[in-house]
Design a protein around this ligand. Structure first.
Ligand SMILES: Cc1cc2nc3c(=O)[nH]c(=O)nc-3n(C[C@H](O)[C@H](O)[C@H](O)COP(=O)(O)OP(=O)(O)OC[C@H]3O[C@@H](n4cnc5c(N)ncnc54)[C@H](O)[C@@H]3O)c2cc1C
Length: 489
């Protein structure tokens, strides 16, 4: 193989949002420097997007992975603008501010005003009284000691990294932890609040406690300063439109059906050998992807877990062992559509989450047609229900018919929808969302300590620094920028 070109070759493994962000940012850096680098994205699948996957059926827009993103990262806006998709950005309908929790046999609205919240029945009198005491609860500092004692810096000591449940119970009381925070965690991580690190899963909450000594005080201060919480956004044509648009940008070469099996670092040449799976040459597969190995001066791994761990193994067994400790349980996403008349009794809203212990396996349900305009034809109601995650991984393995039956039964019980669906579909993610267990911040530090000294090797994706789309994009962009700077001295 000709070694000369690989001196300026960046290989990005994985054409999901994070990998494409890396490719885009590297191309921006190259253009700024007025120099060329070869940017090759190797994607195992036949299309880009990873879990950002949008389908069309019967006039419905079906998001089987993320259906929105948090507008909290300027780099996401930059990438959207670079793709000319600014006019495609869509904010939720005002009604989507309404959210419900199913508890005690019925849906209860998460009210903002204290009086309405008290009346919602989500918490009992003792739970409400304990919640009201939150501003009086002494804060804990970064090292787990109470505020005022010496801080150990940003990293919580291993035994001080509380679970999210413990954090919420300490600040807001056990009822609020079980009935409010635990269901919310299902909606973001499909995870168990008792098994997630507060510092890693909800760094903003921990930072609010550190800065203001209380979550309520922090929220009040935010309101006084007029700082709105980051908004929720999507794209008119669906989330997958973003990775697809990045893949079409000049200077980014995407090779489909190109599964990377291992990456080996060659210390003699300071290059990486990227091994690809042997595969049938399909019309889509190019000459290059039919080759079984490639040489590159820089590699960004943006594959999802557990594949990312296997690829990291080629450069650091230590980092790979750490990554293998991060669970990413399976999920199933079930779409069901109805005539709007069947849902006429439902107040337009974002949807609901289900507290555990209610005898309902559904983690939550999003009312897609009420949340974003254009998700379905007029006169229809599209619901997106989630199953599985770390609280009930077996549910994700049920057959398609069983999952649809379960969804319909549970929508009847929770939302009172008692009608034949006009459309159904089931999507599965065997490794859906990484679970940041207590101790995650220390794990991240160990992975970075192992990988940082390896020039030209970067780990993107959502295994370490935030599971949501916007963080995955931000981390990918940072890796792309670092890789480009290395290749463009
Ligand atoms: C059901 C569900 C709902 C979600 N909802 C939201 C939401 O509403 N909002 C939000 O912000 N986030 C949401 N997320 C999270 C969001 O999907 C992720 O943050 C995002 O997809 C991470 O992007 P990524 O590029 O790191 O990984 P992925 O999207 O997983 O992409 C990884 C890519 O790498 C490829 N790949 C893997 N191994 C190899 C290999 N060996 N060789 C080559 N290619 C490989 C894969 O085929 C894939 O294309 C949701 C996730 C799920 C599962």
């Amino acid at each position: 193989m000709n070694e000369q070109p690989s001196a300026r070759r960046l290989v990005v493994v994985g054409g999901g949002p994070s990998g494409l962000a890396a490719a885009w940012k590297a191309s921006v850096e190259a253009e700024r420097a007025g120099r060329e680098i070869e940017i090759l994205v190797l994607e195992a699948d036949g299309e880009v997007g990873g879990k950002a996957r949008t389908g069309q059926a019967g006039g419905f827009l079906i998001e089987t992975g993320p259906q929105g993103f948090l507008d909290d990262q300027p780099v996401v806006r930059e990438m959207i603008a670079a793709c000319g998709l600014e006019s495609e950005v869509l904010a939720p309908e005002p009604a989507a501010n309404r959210r419900y929790i199913y508890r005690g046999g019925r849906l209860r609205e998460l009210q903002r005003s204290p009086l309405a919240f008290a009346k919602s029945g989500l918490l009992g009198p003792l739970g409400l009284a304990r919640l009201a005491m939150e501003p009086l609860v002494r804060a804990r500092s970064g090292d787990g000691r109470t505020a005022g004692s010496a801080s150990a810096g940003d990293l919580p000591a291993a035994d001080a990294d509380e679970s999210l449940y413990d954090f919420a119970a300490r600040r807001m009381g056990r009822q609020a932890a079980a009935r409010l925070i635990s269901p919310v965690v299902l909606g973001i991580f499909a995870g168990d609040a008792r098994k997630l690190s507060a510092a890693a899963a909800f760094p903003r909450l921990v930072a609010m406690e550190r800065a203001y000594g209380s979550l309520f005080k922090a929220m009040r201060a935010g309101r006084r300063r007029g700082v709105p919480p980051p908004g929720h956004r999507t794209l008119r044509r669906g989330i997958q439109a973003l990775p697809q648009a990045v893949a079409a940008l000049p200077g980014i070469d995407v090779r489909y059906h190109s599964r990377v099996t291992s990456i080996v670092r060659r210390t003699d040449t300071n290059r990486f050998t990227v091994h690809l799976a042997d595969q049938e040459s399909t019309p889509e597969a190019s000459q290059l992807s039919a080759r079984t190995e490639l040489s590159a001066a820089a590699v960004v791994v943006a594959a999802d877990l557990p594949s990312a761990a296997d690829l990291v193994d080629g450069v650091s067994a230590e980092a790979a062992a750490e990554l293998r400790q991060i669970e990413s349980p399976p999920m199933a996403v079930v779409h069901t559509a109805f005539d709007a008349a069947a849902a006429a009794h439902i107040e337009p809203a974002y949807g609901f989450l289900v507290a555990r212990g209610e005898g309902i396996r559904m983690l939550g349900c999003q009312y897609e047609t009420a949340t974003f305009r254009g998700r379905g034809p007029n006169g229809t109601f599209l619901a997106r229900s989630m199953f599985g995650g770390s609280v009930d991984p077996e549910a994700a393995d049920l057959g398609d018919a069983q999952l649809v039956d379960l969804t319909l039964r549970e929508l009847r019980r929770t939302a009172g929808i008692d009608a034949e669906p006009t459309y159904t579909s089931v999507a599965r993610w065997p490794h859906a969302i990484p679970q940041y267990a207590p101790g995650h911040p220390r794990r991240v530090a160990r992975v970075e300590a192992a990988l940082d000294p390896i020039d030209g090797f970067y780990l993107a994706g959502n295994a370490l620094h935030g599971v949501g789309l916007s963080r995955a994009i931000a981390v990918g962009a940072e890796c792309g920028e670092r890789a480009a700077r290395l290749l463009l001295p």
